[in-house]
Design a protein around this ligand. Structure first.
Ligand code: SF4
Ligand code: SF4
Length: 338
């Protein structure tokens, strides 16, 4: 892969199409591959994390808010930040499996955009039942036995490979809806929410569709999905800065380290928001201090805050003191990337 990226660059190819049609900058791809290689080679002994330094290159900003497991307070931070900033901004709910930011921001939805992926359709009048497609499919989505072909649509990952290997030209793509992007507004906030159809598994195409609505001139707040898997990487891809929301507990520390490692590989600068401050132990703070990871905001474990959250009310809307703190948080982020 490293050689591929370098080769493309030498050939003067600047952008390559992802298998789903998304364009990727070749230099960006090469830098990422080099970081992954360095990371893999360094996986011996104790490692700390390093906060990447990078300045934003557009007038606006893409600020992604991620964390480890669900329930750490990502959405709480994202919505309170959104209601604390003045001027137009775009808010993206990237937790497409369990979207909940709309419960706090209460947008009026005006448009629904279906998100489709290609899946194969089979022309059995052409099929010779040779089994090449079933042999190729590493997700076991196709089974061929004698003169029978069975397609398990739920297992298909839309790679398109079966159509390429079919010698009879019996496979063509058809669209399958796996989710939607809901577009609405609330005050000066344009709201974009992704939803995955229950039972579907491919979150990435919905996150790519959401990313297509980012505005380079505006403030874009991305409320990412939990975890450090593909969904989180898609949500932070192209972000200028990330806020890692965590709790001062052993599990919070574990997830923080994993998220920090991922962002280090992706080369995205980040800082920490410590939620439910004063519970647990001091190891998250020790980790941040030891690795020069800035703690940009602390939110206490507070009954009033919890009560407002439970009622779907951003506490910064009720308390001007918190709106000021979130405004300062945003200015601190801007200083980090300007
Ligand atoms: S590869 Fe084509 S011809 Fe062979 S079994 Fe699959 S659909 Fe039929
Ligand atoms: S498109 Fe890819 S994942 Fe889907 S059935 Fe064909 S080979 Fe398997």
């Amino acid at each position: 892969m490293r050689g591929t990226a370098e080769g493309l660059s030498k050939l003067g190819v600047e952008r390559v199409a992802h298998c789903t049609g998304r364009d990727v900058d070749v230099r960006e791809l090469r830098a990422l591959v080099e970081r992954v290689v360095r990371e893999v080679l360094s996986r011996e002994g104790d490692r700390g994390v390093e906060v990447p330094k990078r300045k934003k290159t557009r007038p606006g900003i893409v600020l992604a808010i991620v964390g480890g497991k669900g329930g750490t307070g990502k959405t709480t931070v994202a919505v309170n930040l959104a209601v604390s900033l003045r001027g137009p901004l775009r808010f993206f709910d990237g937790d497409v499996e369990e979207p909940d930011a709309y419960l706090f921001l209460r947008p009026i939805f005006r448009e629904t955009v279906p998100v489709e992926v290609p899946v194969p359709q089979f022309d059995l009048s052409r099929c010779t039942y040779c089994g090449a497609c079933a042999e190729f499919c590493r997700f076991n989505a196709i089974a061929v036995a004698r003169e029978n072909l069975v397609f398990f649509e739920g297992l298909c990952r839309s790679c398109g490979g079966c159509a390429i290997v079919c010698p009879a030209g019996a496979i063509s793509p058809r669209g399958k809806e796996i989710g939607q992007v809901w577009i609405g507004e609330t005050g000066e906030v344009r709201f974009f929410g992704g939803r995955l159809v229950p039972g579907e598994q491919m979150v990435s195409p919905i996150l790519w569709t959401l990313a297509g609505y980012r505005d380079d001139e505006a403030v874009n707040i991305v409320d990412g999905p939990p975890g450090t898997r593909a969904g989180m990487i898609e949500a932070v891809w192209g972000a200028d800065y990330c806020l890692l929301v965590t709790e001062p507990t052993p599990l919070g520390l574990h997830d923080l380290v994993r998220s920090a490692e991922v962002l280090g590989i992706l080369g995205i600068p980040y800082g920490v928001v410590l939620n439910k401050d004063e519970i647990g132990d001091g190891r998250v703070e020790q980790f941040c201090e030891g690795n020069q990871v800035p703690i940009l905001l602390r939110i206490p474990y507070d009954r009033d805050i919890a009560a407002l959250c439970a009622r779907g009310i951003p506490f910064a809307r009720e308390d001007p003191g918190w709106a000021k703190k979130f405004g300062e948080l945003f200015r601190a982020v801007q200083e980090e990337v300007s």
